[in-house]
Design a protein around this ligand. Structure first.
Ligand SMILES: C[S@@+](CC[C@H](N)C(=O)[O-])C[C@H]1O[C@@H](n2cnc3c(N)ncnc32)[C@H](O)[C@@H]1O
Length: 222
């Protein structure tokens, strides 16, 4: 993981303008549609989004699931989402300021989910392997993870070179990490491409994948 810092401060500062960026809205919509197509979420599902931000993805998904836990480490991003929830009348989203990658985090300890998803958040999490194990623990048997993030990139996607992020993911390596966490990869597809002028001033294409994986059902003995 490159860079020296990752903190909620950046997202707190950006929260009030977050939704004004059309590419952010477009990728979130693309991710939500791809999750709905790949997972076919149902009204019995308890869903979790980590790194929900202002809820651009979860506000699209909520109507298809029973309950939705939307967690983030930035109180300001969550405040924007909470405002949108109260205006929309949606009643099945519960928000929480939670850092799922912190080993001391126990808020969700007793909870289990049939669906866990994220958009553009995995690259902010330091130890991918440990984090995927954590997700696997939170999944109920047969549960699904759906993760959207950048393919391996040139390291110029983020504007601040010191921001501590993964420069996207190699698909084969991420599939192996999911496998190592006991999750069976069921699909890997390109669902969006950012066309972005990077910090070198070059307009480049940055594809975004969605990977889905399931936690095996325990084998039942007759
Ligand atoms: C690039 S933004 C994406 C936000 C949202 N998913 C979207 O598509 O608009 C990444 C989000 O992940 C949150 N985040 C970063 N690290 C996190 C962690 N360890 N646990 C939960 N959220 C985290 C940030 O606060 C931020 O809101």
């Amino acid at each position: 993981m490159a860079g020296t810092w990752n903190s909620a401060d950046k997202f707190n500062r950006e929260a009030s303008q977050w939704d004004e960026n059309p590419q952010r809205r477009a990728v979130a919509l693309g991710v939500a549609q791809a999750i709905i197509e790949a997972v076919n979420p149902g009204k019995t599902m308890r869903a979790l989004e980590f790194g929900c931000g202002t809820g651009l993805v979860s506000l699209e998904i909520a109507q298809f699931v029973k309950t939705l836990s939307a967690i983030d480490t930035s109180p300001e991003m969550l405040a924007v989402l909470e405002e949108k929830i109260s205006r929309s009348g949606i009643t099945n989203i519960e928000t929480s300021c939670t850092n799922l990658s912190a080993s001391s985090e126990t808020t969700l300890k007793e909870k289990r989910f049939e669906l866990i998803y994220s958009s553009m958040t995995l690259h902010h999490i330091d130890d991918t392997a440990a984090f995927l194990n954590r997700l696997a623990d939170l999944l109920s048997p047969g549960g699904i993870v759906a993760l959207a993030d950048l393919d391996l990139e040139d390291g110029l996607f983020h504007d601040d070179p010191l921001e501590k992020v993964h420069h996207g993911f190699d698909r084969a390596e991420l599939a192996a990490l999911l496998n190592g966490a006991g999750l069976l990869v069921t699909s890997f597809e390109t669902i969006y491409t950012f066309n972005k002028t990077n910090r070198a001033g070059i307009t480049a294409a940055y594809p975004v994948f969605l990977v889905t994986a399931t936690k095996n059902q325990p084998v039942t003995q007759e």
